[in-house]
Design a protein around this ligand. Sequence first.
Ligand SMILES: [Zn+2]
Length: 403
Amino acid sequence: MSTKYKRGSFQLMKSMNRSTILNMIREEGPISRADIAKKTKLTPPTVSNIVKELISTQFVIETTQGMSKGGRKPTLLEINADQFYTIGVDVGTTQMKFVITNLFGKLKSHTTLTIPPFPSHEDILSIMKKGIRELMDGADLNKFLGIGVGMHGIVDPEEGRSLFAPAFQLHDIPIRDVLENEFNMIVKVENDARAMTLGEYWFGNGNDADNMLGVNVGNGIGAGLMVKGRLFHGEHNLAGEIGHITIDLSGPKCNCGNYGCLQTLAAGPAIAERAKKELKAGRPSLIHELVDGDYDKVDGQKVYEAATQQDPFSIELLHQTGRYLGIGLTNLIHTINPKRMIIGGGVSGAGEFLMRGIEETIQSRGLTDKAKETSIVLSKLGEHASAIGACVLVLEEFFIRQE
Ligand SMILES: [Zn+2]
């Protein structure tokens, strides 16, 4: 019965009034039927009928908690948060992260699997299936609404395919078709930075900003553009590939073939490369000790570690990285004019050291006072941001009416 039931309720949620009411209960609950009617301008009988259906699908429950305005306590409605779960997958360059969250994006369990070097299509898909099976093991399968996948590189969300994953040099992986076939539930696929942005918008630091950017700084750099509360993809799903905007015409060569792309200056491997070059040239730094003279061990994490121990070289290196990021972000401010930019991904772990460079650069380069005041914050969802955002891809199907 599980599949039929899920597909049925999925169709049910496509009605605009139902998803409007469900979303209102999510955002404002506990809330009374009367207040829903007032705020949505739907008639009380319409609200009452739809709420009845939402209760029968178990998305919504009645509660008497909440403020009583004198007299008897009103019956309020709230989301039945733990009645349904979603699965989120974040496909990075070396690791795949898996999470289960409830209807409020709360982490219920998680696991991480390693991606071998030079994986094949089959490797990627079988690691995906393995991780999902591992998390679902022993759970009541009727609880799962669907699977969301955030994948680095160029993704076609309409077709649920990875068009190009640069770290694997793989083209055209039919993620949705394979996972739908395997698990028989809704599967949504999106670029990882967009998934992160969506996660922050729903459950993190972006919830009051309909125009905002999420910037994922890890082994590469990508951004999710949120315009009027919806992700922006551009004409060919290329929007947000900010790792390849040119920052320095005579900068290092990028894996895309161009020179001086933002990610050749500010992504994790770029930080490590710059550190290695200076260390080999004899620059004094705590990193020499941390890696015991073995420069192959130098990575972004080591630089961060040294910075936390007040190593001047590492602090300056991260400050410089912040300035490069700041130039990239200033370009974005002038292109998109967002209310907020949220920095996530592995490198954002060093956020405290990057932030000064980012802010200084935006201060000196922003066109107007308003541009200079653009809010820049670190991700709230941290290392699981893209995976939790991938869960939201599924939640959107139920809570937001799809055009
Ligand atoms: Zn590039």
